[in-house]
Design a protein around this ligand. Sequence first.
Ligand SMILES: Cc1ncc(COP(=O)(O)O)c(C=O)c1O
Length: 381
Amino acid sequence: MLGDCSLTRLRARTSEKWRTYPDDVLPSFVAEMDFDPAEPIKDAVRAALAAGDLGYAHKGSLGEAFAEFAADRLGGWSPDPDLIFAIPDVMTGISEVVRAITPPDGGVVINPPVYPPFFFRLEQAGRRIVRAPLAAAEDGSYDLDIECLDRVLTEPGVGAYLLCNPHNPVGRVWSRQQLTTIADVCDRRGVPVLVDEIHAPLVLPGGEHVPFHTLDHPAARRAIVFSSATKGWNIPGLKCGIAIAGAAAAAAILAQRWDALLASHLGVHASVAAFRHARPWLDAVVAQLDANTRVLSTLLAEHLPGVQYRRPQASFLAWLDCRDLQLGDDPAAEFLARGRVALSSGRDFGSEGLGFARLNIGTSPELIAEAVRRMAAAVAP
Ligand SMILES: Cc1ncc(COP(=O)(O)O)c(C=O)c1O
């Protein structure tokens, strides 16, 4: 179902992952997976093409399809389809909502190390980044630092908190109790919460994703959650995300921005097919990713014991602590220059990422082994 991830076939792809570097570089950076697309998604796109159904996006049954998926796979969550909006992609949705709810130069709190566009897209929107770093423990684990969060929420001009759950890059899923504490703190400080739940379909066995909107809390009703089929089913090029309001007042913010938030119509078709008909494909991916985390742990222990890696609770991104390798602040640059493998630079995730790199393991065990082989070659004397 997922294909063989053969490099010959993959190199025929022309997306960001496959065009950024020359052919002698193994691309293991941007969050695209290497698996073959799900058949129901291909069928939906083919059907739309055959019907000439290539106009401006209409939400159609996107809300219902996502609600069915959420009830089945996201902790029995039953969002109201009327409160679900189609957006071009998660980051554009977040950026538009931040513009709507904060004044120019208003502060937005984020938890670095975190997905780089949380910094640059919000700065491009003319907002100020307010940092509440995750607490990092000696053993390589990360946690939320609620005291720090509470403190920065009181800084002048803070108008929103952007939470990432599951968290990219550290792969944590936050517990119901932690989310309730966040809701309490944000409610007390009067700061609305935006939650990026794009990686939720990819929670690995043993982890449990708690959708923010399943909290029975005023902060949840005020919150806007962002999701998408684009990570789980690997279709970011089709441009469709989802914004979910907790209640009518938050929905009005999204409805007002509708013109600015037009998705791609093909993306809507593909997302409906993903949520409704491609759950077996998702299951196969999650099982493969779970196996891949073990493969990576074994390979690192054998070939790069200086790299610290904790198996994540979700998704296909491995956050690697390379500080013991003595490769400097940007180990990804060394892996690229000397090993011809492209990882994401940890420093792009905030200053907490200096000495770290992010490896994409949404591929075959063979290509993970090849990536580790190249990384090890880069540190060989
Ligand atoms: C946390 C997070 N949010 C958003 C995105 C991007 O989503 P989109 O392409 O829908 O903007 C990614 C992509 O990797 C991500 O990891």
